[in-house]
Design a protein around this ligand. Structure first.
Ligand code: PRT
Ligand code: ZN
Length: 304
């Protein structure tokens, strides 16, 4: 009975019988990408269990199977079509050089891949690296950075604790991920070159079949709605009627703001959407134009 209902829902939702087609999504099993990956899928309406020792699970309400993997393996699995799509750091995508496409940046797990040297060194510029030994877990990215800068240096590949390499005499410099910079600081290193910026991305196999493509487009549409909502705030304020046009020019909203007259003569309530990034600047302008009683509310989903 439960299974009949499940199949019937798929047939109704997608217009065709998709019960045999599952979109397989690979996400990190545990680590820095796990929480953000689960959050974005769950906020996109997917309901599934994610027990500690689970290798895969099927969503209860969308034809998706989630695979829990090591992040380094995700590009290979997507290239081999073991997974159709995956969520992984741009740094890993660039390093692994697989035949996969970056579809969307996801605005979490932001970091940079940087070169760092001991704080005591007089770093004069990229030419300082000539003839030096650099420890890294990202030999391919580092090699193309050095080539681009016409530097010949030794690349010493290590898989973890890269930051200790100069201290134990293993290398002159390191090339590693940095977010707050505190790991470099506590190991007596300073960041001298930024090699690449990175964040979590959705990657896909470039040749998804037509049924999987439909499922992926549906999921992507939901993910985009979640991301847009995260970057926007719903704003309500009161203003004198003569300020409406100036205020509208500052917060034009999705199409145009909603304006509702207040019981108080000559005043209106104005509702709109404002971009998170220039939020404080806008608020200052609104106050200068006479806006009062400003309320700002998070948006859960945004369908434009
Ligand atoms: O087990 P598995 O192989 O799946 O995980 P992992 O241990 O290889 O990866 P994990 O979970 O550490 O990182 C997964 C991804 O998170 C990376 O590939 C990046 O895309 C992203 N990310 C974002 C980071 C960082 N920020 C980060 N700060 N990955 C690692 N770090 C490390 C960095 O290597 C260094 O040791 O954190 C330290 C620096 O941090 P700060 O804040 O001190 O600068
Ligand atoms: Zn890893």
């Amino acid at each position: 009975m439960a299974s009949f209902f499940f199949d019937a829902v798929f047939i109704n939702l997608f217009g065709t019988d998709y019960m045999n087609t599952l979109l397989r999504i690979a996400i990190q099993k545990s680590g820095r990408l796990q929480e953000g990956s689960l959050e974005i899928l769950k906020e996109s309406g997917l309901s599934f269990s994610n027990g500690k020792d689970q290798l895969k699970t099927q969503a209860r309400n969308f034809p998706v199977e989630v695979l829990f993997l090591r992040d380094d393996d995700i590009p290979q699995y997507v290239e081999d079509s073991v997974a159709d799509v995956g969520i992984v750091g741009e740094n890993v995508v660039a390093e692994k050089q697989k035949n996969i496409q970056i579809i969307k940046r996801l605005d979490f797990a932001k970091c940079r891949l940087s070169i760092a040297v001991p704080r005591s060194e007089q770093y004069t510029g990229v030419e300082w690296l000539e003839g030096k030994n650099i420890a890294t877990s990202y030999p391919n990215i580092l090699a193309s950075f050095l080539k681009k800068n016409n530097i010949t240096a030794g690349i010493h590949e290590i898989s973890g604790s890269v930051e200790i390499a100069p201290g134990i005499g293993l290398a002159d410099a390191i090339c590693d991920l940095v977010s707050t910079g505190s790991t470099l600081l506590s190991n007596g290193l300073k960041e001298v070159e930024s090699v690449m910026q990175s964040e979590a991305v959705i990657v896909a196999n470039p040749v998804l079949g037509p049924e999987k493509k439909i499922l992926f487009d549906k999921l992507l549409f939901r993910i985009e709605s979640v991301l847009k909502a995260k970057n926007s705030k719903y704003i309500l304020l009161n203003c004198p009627n003569e300020a409406i046009s100036k205020i509208t020019s500052v917060i034009p909203g999705m199409k145009s703001p909603t304006i509702i007259p207040l019981a108080r003569e000559g005043w209106s309530s104005l509702h709109s959407v404002v971009d998170e990034n220039d939020f404080w600047e806008r608020i200052d302008q609104l106050r200068a134009f006479g806006a009062e009683g400003i309320l700002v509310i998070p948006i859960q989903k945004m369908i434009v």
